[in-house]
Write a protein that binds this ligand. Structure first.
Ligand code: ADP
Ligand code: MG
Length: 397
C-alpha cells in the first residue's frame, strides 16, 4: 500500500514536526557540503507555502547521547535561513521549555530548527517519554530523512504514536518510488549491477534481486568469492572463502530463476596495493584465474565491453557497488566506464549505496542517471525487501 505524502496533508496554521537529514559535514563551525540542506528544501518550501508552522529536527554526527557543541545544528539554521530567504529560529535543545515556547511562537509559514536530537540518548533508544516530549511540540508529522528510516528512533518511529497525520516528504516519496515500486515492477530487461567489497554485505540484496532481475552483472571484490565458488583461483584478491557456499547457492538460484548471472571474464590485477598511498605497484590484465602474488582490483576491458552492452540494451538498471577500487585512479576505469554506459543508456537508472553514489559523482555522470538514493544503509535494507520502521510508521494512503 502506498504511503501518504505531504501532498495529502492540509497544514495551514498547524505545527508540523519534520524529521529531516541535516547530517552535514561541519568543520570548525563551517558546513563543507550543503547537499543535504538543498535536498530538504522542496519539502520545507511546500509546507511554508501552505502556511504550516514548520519545526525541523535532525541528528548531526554521533554525539553519543550528550551535549557536544562540535555537533550543534546552529550553523545549519543560518545556512537554511539564507537558502529559504526567511528567518529560521533555532532552539538550543530539541525538547523542554525553550523548544516548546519557540514552537508556540511560530506563525503560519515560519520555520524553527531544533538542536541535535542525538544530544539525548532517548533518540536512538526510541525512549517513549522522550518521543512524547518531542511530539508534544506539534500536531502533525513529516518524515523526509530516508537515511535513518531503517532505524526505529524516537524521531522516526516513536513520535508517530502521538501525531496525526504522519506522512512522508518529497525525498522519501522519491526513494519509495524508485527503490521500491520501480524495482518491483521494472520495465524489462531489468539489469542489476552489483559490486563493492563483500558478498557478506550484499548477500540478502543479491537474494532479493534474484527474484526480480533478468540479468545480474557482478564486479568488485565480490566477484572473487563467486570465482572461488566456481572452483577458480583468485590469488591475493579480497575474497571470502567462508562465503563460498552462500555464493554457490546464489548461482544455483540464478539458474533456477532463469537469471543471466555474469562474472568478470577479465580483471585488472596489481602486485602491490597501497590503498592509503593510492598506488597499485605493477599491474596487468588477466583473463580467468588469478595467480598468487596478484590481487584483483578492477574489471578488465572485455568485461567492461560486455557489461556496457548489457546496460545499453536495458530498460531498467539498478546499480549497487563499485566495479573496483575506484578510490585509486588506476583502478577506477571499470566503475567509471560502467557509469558512462549507464548515463548514455535510455534506461531508467537507479543508484543505491553510499560508495556507489560517490563513485557516480566522481565519474562526472551523475546528472544523467534517473535516481541516486540518499540512504546508504537504508537503501540496501530496502532493496533486501526489509520493512523500514520509519516508513512503516507512516499513514497509508
Ligand atoms: P556501497 O557503499 O555502494 O554499497 P560497498 O561499500 O559495498 O559499496 O563497496 C565499496 C568499496 O568496495 C569501495 O571502497 C571499493 O574500494 C571496494 N572494492 C571494490 N572492488 C574491490 C576490489 N576488487 N578489492 C577490494 N576492494 C574493492
Ligand atoms: Mg559502502
Amino acid at each position: 500500500m502506498a504511503t501518504k505524502t505531504i501532498k495529502d496533508m492540509e497544514c495551514r496554521g498547524k505545527r508540523v514536526l519534520v524529521r529531516v537529514d541535516f547530517n552535514v559535514p561541519v568543520e570548525n563551525g563551517a558546513i563543507s557540503d550543503d547537499t543535504r540542506i538543498e535536498a530538504a528544501l522542496p519539502t520545507i518550501r511546500h509546507l511554508v507555502e501552505r502556511g504550516g508552522r514548520v519545526i525541523l529536527m535532525s541528528h548531526l554526527g554521533r554525539p553519543k547521547g550528550k551535549r557536544d557543541e562540535a555537533y550543534s545544528l546552529a550553523p545549519v539554521a543560518a545556512a537554511l535561513s539564507e537558502k529559504l530567504g526567511q528567518p529560521v529560529a533555532f532552539a538550543n535543545d530539541c525538547v523542554g521549555e525553550e523548544a516548546a515556547s519557540a514552537a508556540d511562537a511560530l506563525g503560519d509559514g515560519e520555520v524553527l530548527l531544533l538542536e541535535n536530537l542525538r544530544f539525548h540518548k532517548g533518540e536512538t533508544d526510541n525512549d517513549a517519554a522522550f518521543a512524547k516530549d518531542l511530539a508534544s511540540l506539534a500536531e502533525m508529522y513529516v518524515n523526509d530523512a530516508f537515511g535513518t528510516a531503517h532505524r526505529a528512533h524516537a524521531s522516526t518511529e516513536g513520535v508517530t504514536h502521538h501525531l496525526s497525520p504522519c506522512v512522508c516528504g518529497f525525498l522519501i516519496e522519491k526513494e519509495l518510488k524508485f527503490l521500491g515500486d520501480w524495482t518491483s515492477r521494472p520495465e524489462r530487461p531489468f539489469v542489476v549491477i552489483l559490486g563493492g567489497a563483500k558478498v557478506s554485505d550484499k548477500i540478502s540484496v543479491i537474494d532479493a534481486l534474484l527474484e526480480k532481475a533478468d540479468t545480474i552483472l557482478i564486479g568488485g571484490a565480490m566477484a572473487y568469492t563467486f570465482r572461488l565458488a566456481l572452483g577458480g583461483k583468485v590469488g591475493d584478491s579480497l575474497a571470502e572463502p567462508d562465503k563460498v557456499e552462500t555464493a554457490r547457492a546464489a548461482l544455483e538460484k540464478a539458474k533456477k530463476n532463469g537469471v543471466t548471472f555474469l562474472l568478470p571474464e577479465d580483471n585488472l590485477v596489481c602486485g602491490d596495493l597501497d590503498f592509503k598511498g593510492g598506488s597499485l605497484g605493477e599491474t596487468k590484465i588477466i583473463e580467468g584465474d588469478i595467480e598468487d602474488g596478484w590481487e584483483g582490483v578492477d574489471i578488465g576491458p572485455k568485461t567492461i565491453e560486455r557489461y556496457s552492452a548489457a546496460v545499453r540494451d536495458a530498460a531498467t538498471v539498478l546499480w549497487n557497488g563499485p566495479m573496483g577500487i575506484f578510490e585509486i585512479a588506476a583502478s577506477a576505469k571499470g566503475t567509471f566506464a560502467i557509469a558512462e554506459a549507464v548515463a548514455a543508456s535510455d534506461c531508467v537508472s537507479i543508484i543505491g549505496g553510499g560508495d556507489s553514489v560517490k563513485a557516480i559523482k566522481q565519474s562526472g555522470h551523475s546528472a544523467n542517471v534517473s535516481f541516486m538514493s540518499t540512504g546508504g544503509g537504508a537503501s540496501l535494507e530496502f532493496l533486501e525487501g526489509k520493512q523500514l520502521p520509519g516508513v512503516v510508521a507512516l499513514d497509508k494512503a
